[in-house]
Design a protein around this ligand. Structure first.
Ligand code: 3MF
Ligand code: MG
Ligand code: MG
Length: 410
């Protein structure tokens, strides 16, 4: 017999309850986890997909986040303000409404971002040849900084979206890069003014790369390309500009997310982090963190814990189209948050694990004096290097709880 929607919802809730392992809102609030407006309100639409969910506004997203214990919220300007209302008095009415919703639900806005990819005006990229497009882009970027300060944000993120092309030869990439820098410079300069006026710190401006989509060729496709851009001399305030790597965006080009993050850490530019999951060399599926690559995720978090990363973990995922509006808040968000927390805590166990400590120390000590003799150096380290594989096995054991005595009968 067909079940009613209410019965289906209680089945989902009952099975969630049976799954256990969830944290309380108070526990979740201890982490710097942010929930994007665009993730909570995502209706399941895409190029080949009609929406499967109802639209919801910022009031509901902020309320839901606050109730579940996600203490931070992030947004594009156009997620909450229609493009035509931007740069008019109407936008400030919305901003006041957002501030009220944030205060009502004890949520803070940690990051704002300017949409420079969806609207027709960006068809030729936010750094298009036409000066009027670029001037409009600067207005929008500066306005996003204003909105960010008004909402109390600490970060501004820039995913340049259409900064690239479908067909080659029409644009000069060096012009595009300079023009893109002009936009960022305008945002940083505005930030310095507004921060001084409001007695606030300037924002941290974080660049986010994606290797493909929505253009055939992307001019700044990876976090490493973004870092080269930051230090290329075209930014007036390179010290104000860092990175927002997205885990999946680096996996998409076949990169090792952990190595990408390590390079950003070395440069002091790892400021913000979009967390999600997916597959190498596929499109941007934005699955919930840890659903595909939990062991890789554990390793990523070990690196971040080791190096004291204290920036936000932004849940930039898309609840699947097969999940209902009810399911987004009953299943998608709480399970993503709780997998992240669990992986973070397991990463803490990794740091304390005696097997890993001893193996790491032995490898770092090396096999001992070999008087510069090549064959002797090789021989001195031969047995030690087996520890690499043992370490990987131990990480797997810790991931599944065998370090805590979890046993399987055979
Ligand atoms: C696209 C993204 C974006 C950025 C966002 C922040 C819609 O693949 O990841 O999310 O994270 O624009 O600037
Ligand atoms: Mg992202
Ligand atoms: Mg993505």
């Amino acid at each position: 017999m067909a079940s009613s929607q209410t019965e289906q919802q209680s089945l989902v809730s009952r099975l969630m309850e049976m799954s256990g392992g969830s944290y309380s809102p108070e526990q979740r609030r201890k982490y710097f986890i942010s929930g994007p407006q665009w993730a909570g309100a995502y209706e399941g639409h895409a190029l080949f997909h009609a929406p499967t969910r109802e639209a919801i506004g910022y009031e509901d997203v902020i309320r839901r986040l606050g109730e579940m214990g996600v203490g931070y919220w992030t947004t594009h300007d156009t997620d909450v303000i229609p493009t035509d209302d931007l740069l008019t008095d109407k936008q400030w009415e919305t901003v006041a409404g957002i501030n009220k919703a944030l205060a009502d639900h004890d949520v803070q806005c940690s990051m704002v971002t300017c949409e420079t990819f969806h609207h027709a005006v960006w068809a030729g990229s936010p750094a298009a040849e036409a000066p009027e497009v670029r001037d409009y882009g600067k207005l929008r970027l500066r306005n996003t900084v204003d909105i960010g300060h008004e909402l109390g944000a600490q970060f501004a993120v820039y995913w340049p979206g259409t900064l690239g092309y479908m067909v080659q030869g029409a644009i000069d990439e060096t012009d595009t890069l300079r023009w893109f820098a002009d936009g960022l410079n305008a945002a940083c300069e505005r930030d310095i003014e507004v921060a001084a006026k409001k007695g606030r710190a300037t924002l941290k401006h974080c660049l986010e790369a994606k290797p493909f989509e929505p253009q055939a060729q992307i001019i700044l496709p990876t976090s490493d390309a973004m870092m080269a851009f930051i230090s290329s001399g075209v930014l007036t305030h390179p010290e104000m500009v860092g990175l927002n790597p997205e885990y999946l965006h680096e996996l998409m080009w076949g990169g090792a997310a952990r190595a990408v993050l390590a390079r950003a850490l070395l440069a002091g530019k790892l400021w913000h982090f979009d967390i999600n999951d997916g597959y190498p060399l596929k499109h941007d599926v934005d699955l919930g963190v840890g659903l595909v690559n939990p062991l890789d995720w554990l390793n990523v978090l070990v690196l971040l814990r080791t190096h004291g990363y204290d920036g936000p973990f932004n849940l930039d995922f898309k609840p699947p189209r097969t999940t209902s509006n009810f399911g987004v808040w009953e299943v998608s968000f709480p399970t993503a948050v709780d997998r992240f927390i669990t992986l973070w805590e397991i990463a803490g166990e990794v740091a304390e694990d005696e097997v890993l400590k001893q193996a790491g120390a032995a490898l770092r000590a090396g096999g001992g004096a070999a008087n510069g003799d090549l064959a002797a150096i090789v021989a001195a380290n031969r047995e030690l290097l087996t520890l690499h594989e043992l370490i990987a096995h131990r990480l797997f054991q810790i991931l599944i709880g065998q370090n805590r005595g979890r046993k399987f009968s055979v």
